[in-house]
Design a binder for this molecule. Structure first.
Ligand code: FRU
Length: 475
């Protein structure tokens, strides 16, 4: 281990130890969403099922709650309810990644866990860091136990990417099929067009450029965090495009995340659907678990925050952002649905039945509301903090002045044209709303003044339950 590695690891240990002291006083901490031990969290990385455990790595800036030098943090779990913090397996300690251990993925093969990620290097000098001054090699590390990783090796050097790209190429996602190993990377072409690059390998070590995929017309200037998988025989390309124009019902955040169901192997702009319509969702990644489920986890946050987007915890509690709960992805009605993995039902307690047409219930902490509704319109309110209103297939999510921390209204169309069921998973300061079993999803951070609030449902023939939620167990 180099001296730099030792020093960095020790500094992280110290800051996490110090942060743990004040934890009990932090009222905004989450109870069933993974969050950073201290500092900043962004993209989920290296999601996998390996040797009987789920592994969730994440982009982590332990020293800066508003983001900074990136490490990988790591949680693991047997059942997605009890989690163990495994520490910081990847530090920015090599010539390839000392300006950030950027996003990437995992593949379990022949008893080993392989991680592929982007090493970020920004050269000193007068550069724009888009067309010059940045080196983003794809790096590879291996592990026998999923916890400690060996030597960092260059899988694809920054010098070997195709000529028609700027320096923005990153976020490798690796998978295997009958033909061998595949890797997809996100990129910004010269001329500012977002695209995905595909590589192939037979041994996970030597990688050859295969082809690129992009839309006919420019669809954003950069595609971050790409993913590629098949579900029910449909090929899906997921990307996080930057630079789309804001519309009334779509693309309302600064950056977006969504997917194309490929037609004859091609992504068509008109087929792009956002994964999530809330204020906080970006850079998701999927993986297949031991039960053959396709599971997605997103970053419940946004990059490049401005005054429109402020999480008070960065200042008041020294941490910022969290991940969504794991959601199972299914293909239905020509699109993808997402719904909390059923393991999360294990957190439910004290179920109370709800029925009628205007129901009000007191809560005093996290809850899980699961209801069927009839009629053409309705409204669900969480105290005076969050309001979900729908009329036909139009849904409007509004946060109050204080709870919304500057961000207020998002709107979405429900493709089936009608709201028939709602599931709301509410944590202390995070809410996930699933319409019609995950046909449309809204994820948002929110900051109610008190956890004691009334949940009010105004809709025709409401039928369902509201449960209290136990905390995730942190081993
Ligand atoms: C997406 C992203 C990735 C990058 C990482 C750096 O949020 O910008 O493209 O690898 O974050 O933290």
């Amino acid at each position: 281990m180099s001296s730099l590695t030792k020093v960095l690891a020790e500094e992280v240990r110290k800051i996490e130890e110090t942060a743990a002291v004040g934890r009990a006083m932090q009222t905004n901490r989450l109870t069933h969403h993974l969050m950073p031990p201290t500092g900043w969290l962004n993209d989920p990385n290296g999601l996998c099922w390996y040797k009987g455990r789920y592994h969730v790595f994440f982009q982590y800036s332990p020293f800066e709650s508003n983001g900074g030098l990136k490490f990988w943090g790591h949680y693991s779990s047997e059942d997605m309810i009890s989690w163990r913090y495994e520490g910081v397996p990847l530090l920015p300690d090599s010539v390839y990644d000392c300006h950030g251990v950027y996003s990437g993925s995992a593949i379990a093969e022949k008893d080993k866990l392989h991680l592929f990620y982007t090493g970020n290097i920004k050269m000193d000098g007068d550069y724009d860091y888009i067309n010059n001054g940045r080196q983003s090699s794809t790096l590879h590390v291996e592990s026998e136990d999923g916890i400690r990783f060996g030597e960092k090796k260059v899988a694809i050097s920054w010098e070997d990417y195709p000529e028609n790209y700027t320096c923005h190429i990153r976020d490798p996602k690796v998978w295997k099929d009958g033909e061998g190993y595949h890797m997809i990377l996100g990129g910004r072409q010269k001329g500012d067009k977002g695209a995905a690059l595909f590589y192939r390998s037979e041994d996970l070590k030597n990688w050859k450029f295969d082809h690129e995929l992009t839309t006919e017309n420019t669809f954003g200037y950069m595609w971050e965090c790409p993913d590629f998988f098949s579900l029910e025989g449909q090929e899906v390309l997921s990307v996080s495009p930057q630079g789309l124009t804001r519309e009334e019902f779509r693309f309302q955040n600064i950056y977006q995340s969504g997917y194309f169901i490929l037609k004859d192997g091609k992504p068509e702009e008109k087929s792009f659907r956002e994964w999530d319509y809330g204020f906080d969702f970006y850079a998701p990644q999927t993986f297949q678990d031991g039960k053959d489920r396709r599971i997605i986890i997103g970053w419940m946050g946004m990059p490049d925050a401005d005054e429109e987007y402020v999480n008070p915890t960065a200042e008041s509690e020294g941490w910022q952002h969290c991940l969504t709960v794991p959601r199972e992805v299914t293909y239905k009605n020509g699109m993808l649905y997402q719904y909390p993995v059923k393991e999360l039902n294990g957190l439910r307690e004290n179920g109370t039945s709800i029925s009628g047409s205007s129901v009000e219930l007191p809560v005093n902490g996290p809850f899980d509301l699961d209801i069927q509704v009839k009629g053409d319109q309705g409204k669900v309110s969480l105290g005076e903090n969050l309001f979900l209103e729908y009329q036909g297939g139009d849904v409007i999510l509004t946060l109050s002045e204080t709870a919304g921390a500057g961000r207020k209204v998002r709107k979405a169309h429900v493709p089936s044209g009608k709201v028939e069921s709602l599931r709301i998973l509410a944590d202390t300061t995070a809410v996930e709303i699933y319409v019609n079993g995950g046909e449309v999803v809204f994820s948002t951070r929110y900051y109610p003044e008190t956890q004691a609030q009334a949940v009010k449902v105004e809709a025709a023939d409401v039928d369902g339950k509201i449960y209290g939620l136990k905390n995730y167990v942190m081993e």
